[in-house]
Design a protein around this ligand. Structure first.
Ligand code: MOS
Length: 756
């Protein structure tokens, strides 16, 4: 069997083996019994504790710090400030591609946002470090800060997101709008959101000469090891990152930040291990967030409700010193068949920490606005929102004309609508009430997310006892990657997943690529699949060259691997077990390796996306305006499903985040000081159990022969994209009020004067 043959998606269906089975998480038991060791659970001998002091002003200069008071506190070992911070080998004001941002590591006394580190106290105990930091008594020269739309400086960004186009034009939007029968023109606003993983950013750094071991949650181990190596002037292989478990990441743990770098620096300076676990409040500022956006949509439609033009303009905040522009408007490019589309972005410089990728970057905020605007355009045409979307269904990618690698969105619409009961929906708002007199509304949104693919490597070792070890430096931040990846490897190896030991989460393993962009299972999975195929091919070489093997002389191509045995393809009565082949050859093991990346020709020939449709029900208290999401049905098509249990769970998580985006989540900035007023999990609202509706996720079968040889697409981020608009549209359907800033607030509904 050749690796190429092994990669045929059809073979999985025939093999009837383990991929496709709803196995439970490999790390589940360890996590629920508290035995999973997270970064901050490590206590090396002699460990010191670091606490950063964060700026309390948004712009200005630190004029004094009482370092002596902090140092005099019992247990305090050192205070790092711009005055004594040792040099770094890489200029922190130089970005480090591909995901590196400028980091605040006490370059100077300038303050550019609240919670920027202005000092770091290292002490024998966490309490001493915390107390020491509180004694620093910073004084500032305060300058007036850019806090809001009015005070920020606008600019034209060179790129948005991670290297995406800031402006894409297809056709003539103004001409399309001019010939439209109706033009829907609306503004939508999305708030700043902070990743707020349950596990904060943490690191335990321990140096041994010019080598450093970093226990830290990390979504991009190989890239990060190289970047830390560059900052500290050592080769990447001298950096060992151990990230066996992550308590969430959502994009923020793929990117280096100031507090973690300072901790590593302190460990080297002091010659002792140092631990940092960011307090919740400091998660708001130096470690990225989803930037605030102001979006304008113009949708022209003809007499039949077909779009003549789609214009999506997004203004997105970034920091005063670096660029990450939430790529919101690009969501207008792949979905609707408008003959003219313009997607464009502007940046707004504010005194905030630099934003970064946060689960479904651009797509979440962009589709929130787009799907709500689509609902408004459907209303303007007097059309059912689903009928309107179907009237504008794009058979090929509108802006480029490229075929989709697969697109099963019609089935998502149909199955989701059926399950939800959409056909019973009155067109007009305010027509449904429940038994308690609450206003009931139904809304929908289209879900879409692209399919990036990261180059990845893997190793598969078949052992003499017939089991295997497979290795790749990936990250499982809760999505279940390790379980699904082990299933893929087991399949390639012709073994049961229980016979496959899976190692990951260590930067000295073969580079598993980035756990991000919903691309980890496909990227690392393809590498594992090929490595497994390579091991089997090598094993087959041994067997077919061994006169004692029933497979002698068969040639590699004529071999099939299944259940720990190799079979002659043309005569399955002749087979040989892995263990016997290795034993006769006197080998303890046989090792397969692989590198895998996306074929650039395929990448440019096809538009590759996961698709879905989300249907939402909300109930609104007619007296108080309180909104509750009560029911969500999502139907998603994302290629081949490796593990339906885990995939469904990803969709649930995404959809619940969509509810959060629509109804709960927002960092509230004090316009006088630039401080975030709800920088804690008590007041930064996310849905708790009582807020989470009934959620269903339907897996629509889809075969994608192009996206990658496994046919696997991403599932982690798409769930947010359809849901935000669906919930907002349901709120309108319940109340007749269009709330055009997220999250939907009671006061906005009351101001719409139709609630009561
Ligand atoms: Mo995600 S924002 O790609 O971790």
């Amino acid at each position: 069997m050749s690796p190429e043959n092994a990669a045929s998606p059809l073979q999985y269906g025939r093999a009837g083996s383990n991929a496709g089975q709803p196995l439970t998480r490999r790390d589940g038991l360890l996590k629920v019994t508290g035995r999973a060791t997270y970064a901050a659970d490590n206590h090396p001998d002699g460990v010191l504790y670091a606490v950063a002091a964060g700026a309390s002003i948004a712009r200005g200069r630190v004029t004094s710090l009482d370092v002596a008071a902090a140092k005099a506190h019992p247990g305090v070992v050192e205070v790092l400030t711009p005055a004594n911070r040792p040099p770094l080998a890489h200029d922190p004001d130089e970005k480090m591609p591909p995901f590196g941002f400028r980091v605040d590591v006490l370059q100077d006394d300038t303050v550019r946002y609240v919670n920027q580190p202005i000092a770091m106290v290292i002490a024998e105990t966490l309490e001493a470090a915390t107390e020491g930091a509180s004694l620093l008594d910073p004084h500032y020269e305060v300058e007036s800060a850019a806090i809001d739309l009015e005070s920020g400086e606008r600019f034209a960004p060179a790129a948005v997101g991670v290297g995406a186009a800031a402006r894409t034009a297809h056709g003539d939007v103004e001409a399309g709008l001019a010939e439209a029968v109706r033009v829907t023109e609306v503004d939508y606003e999305t708030p700043p959101q902070y990743h707020n993983a349950m596990e904060p950013h943490a690191v335990v750094a321990e140096w041994d000469g010019d080598r450093v071991t970093l226990d830290m949650p990390n979504q991009a181990l190989a890239l990060s090891a190289a970047a830390y190596g560059a900052y500290f002037g050592i080769p990447a292989e001298n950096v060992l990152i151990r990230s066996p478990f992550l308590g969430g990441g959502f994009g923020s743990k793929a990117i280096l930040n100031g507090p973690q770098i300072l901790t590593i620096l302190a460990a080297r300076m002091l010659g002792r291990p140092v631990k940092l676990a960011l307090p919740r409040k400091q998660m708001f500022g130096p470690v990225g967030h989803r930037g605030r956006t102001w979006q304008k949509l113009r949708i022209g439609t003809d007499g039949e409700g077909r779009m003549t033009a789609l214009h999506h303009h997004a203004l997105a905040e970034t920091s005063t010193f670096d660029d990450f522009i939430e790529p919101s408007a690009n969501i207008a490019l792949p979905l609707y068949a408008a003959p003219a589309i313009l997607a464009e972005h502007e940046g707004l410089r504010l005194n905030v920490g630099t934003p970064g990728p946060m689960r479904a970057p651009g797509a979440a905020s962009g589709s929130a606005a787009l799907e709500a605007a689509i609902d408004e355009a459907a209303e303007a045409c007097g059309m059912d929102p689903l009928a309107f979307r179907l009237a504008n269904y794009a058979e090929t990618e509108p802006a480029t004309g490229r075929p989709f690698s697969s697109k099963t969105l019609r089935e998502c619409y149909a199955e989701g609508a059926k399950r939800f009961g959409w056909s019973g929906r009155p067109l007009e708002p305010r027509r449904m009430r429940d038994e308690n007199g609450f206003l009931v509304g139904w809304g929908m949104g289209t879900a879409v997310f692209h399919c990036p693919h990261f180059p990845a490597e893997a190793r598969a070792t078949l052992r003499a006892d017939g089991t295997a070890l497979v290795e790749t430096a990936g990250a499982d931040m809760g999505q279940g990657a390790w379980t699904a990846l082990a299933q893929i490897a087991a399949e390639a190896l012709g073994l049961d997943p229980s016979q496959v030991e899976f190692h990951s989460g260590l930067s000295n393993l073969p580079d598993g690529g980035v756990a991000g962009g919903s691309g980890h299972t496909a990227s690392a999975g393809l590498a594992l699949h090929k490595a497994g195929g390579d091991a089997i091919a090598r094993l087959a070489e041994l067997a077919t060259a061994d006169p004692a093997s029933p497979l002698f002389g068969a040639g590699n191509i004529g071999i099939v691997a299944r259940e720990g045995r190799l079979y002659r393809r043309d005569d399955e009565t002749r087979s040989d077990s892995y263990a016997d082949i290795l034993k006769r050859a006197g080998r303890a093991q046989i090792v397969g390796t692989a590198k895998a990346a996306r074929d650039p020709a395929v990448a440019s020939a096809y538009a590759m996306f996961s698709h879905g449709a989300v249907f939402a029900e909300v109930k609104v208290d007619p007296d108080l305006g309180q909104v509750r999401a009560t029911r969500l049905v999502g139907a998603f098509a994302a290629g081949r499903i490796i593990n339906p249990r885990l995939v469904q769970s990803q969709y649930y998580g995404g959809m619940i985040w969509g509810v959060s985006f629509a109804l709960h989540e927002e960092a509230v900035t004090d316009r006088r000081t630039g401080r975030i007023m709800n920088a804690d999990l008590a007041e930064y609202h996310v849905p708790v159990n009582a807020d989470v509706p009934s959620v269903e996720a339907i897996l629509i079968p889809e075969e994608d022969a192009h996206v990658n040889p496994l046919g696997v697409k991403g599932v982690g981020e798409i769930g947010i994209t359809g849901t935000v608009g669906a919930v907002a549209n349901a709120v309108w359907h319940a109340t007749g009020v269009r709330v055009r800033r997220f999250p939907v607030r009671i006061e906005d509904l009351v101001a719409g004067r139709k609630v009561a």
